[in-house]
Design a protein around this ligand. Sequence first.
Ligand code: ZN
Length: 371
Amino acid sequence: MKKLLLLSLSLFVFSALQGQSHSHGGAQPITYPDIPGYKTLKADLHIHSVFSDGNVWPTIRVQEALREDLDAISLTEHLEYQPHLDDIPHPDRNRAYNLAMEEAKEHELIIVHGSEITRSAPEGHSNAVFITDANLLLNDKAEDAFAAAKAQNAFVFWNHPAWYAQSPEGNPILSDFQKERIKNGELHGIEVINSVDYAEESLALALEQNLTIMGTSDVHGLIDWDYTEKGKHRPITLVFAKDKSTASLQEALFAGRTVAAYNSILVGRAEYLKPLIKSSIIVEKATYIPKTTILKIELKNVSSGNLLFENQMPYTFYSNSPVFEIPAGGSYTLNVKTLEIKDGIELKLKALKAYSAPKEQAVISWDIAVE
Ligand code: ZN
């Protein structure tokens, strides 16, 4: 008994010490604020389970998404690549979706029905989401798979166009096949962030071809191992929808109202990126330090991304770097030298990790009223 007590005591001390050296806990809910006129839905529309080349059962994907408080996921199994087929035969290719739906039925999580059309370059990989029957997408010719997806009113996006296994320079190559799909209204989006890779060239293509900007995890293992343990949240697409429903999510994706988010990088069209960052920062207090003309502004970041800013004002700072970071969920106090007492100022900052185009970062303004 005594021995047991000692053992459990030392285990307690051991785990307490472990706790000190390891700062990242389990999965945290991911939060990003709504923007004026729209609800911000957090979606990961590219994930895998054992029903293609993933390593987990679909129910785990639902549980992971619930732990991170996502609004929508899609299990996009490779139609043409089925390494577990001998162990898990499933003539009905809707099986992963149906299992996820069953698991999620008591929850608010939206399960989007999807499939990955998997070909060698130049066709590459694409996800068709909001489909109704995955079996009908199984075709010998890639053209027929895309036509079948269109017939189901699917939203289709090009996966990891910069993937070095298909594009050795690590840059996307827009082929005649994709040009044709875009022209036919069969390709609507493009991943600019796939797992840990953000490709500026893919963003350039999205803007040039008017494709919806996507960010996805493309996870095959566990979200915890790939992201949470490293202190990161998975790559997601923030979708600005009229409300939280499958139909509104689909409408917003077709309309291109998205920002891709990963590792404190935000990528999106300026019209959505700017309001997202503006809403992410709450001005908590603005007062002058007594007997000075130094304005103290307390800012809070209510998003799950660390925001790195650079001063864009004519004023300089007192005891702050011109480049500063407000951590996810954290606060920061800026001391602005306004040279005279003012009723208010325009706080103007460039978000250095928020891209609206390659090499182009968003500049955001807040009206600060002095108390
Ligand atoms: Zn995939």
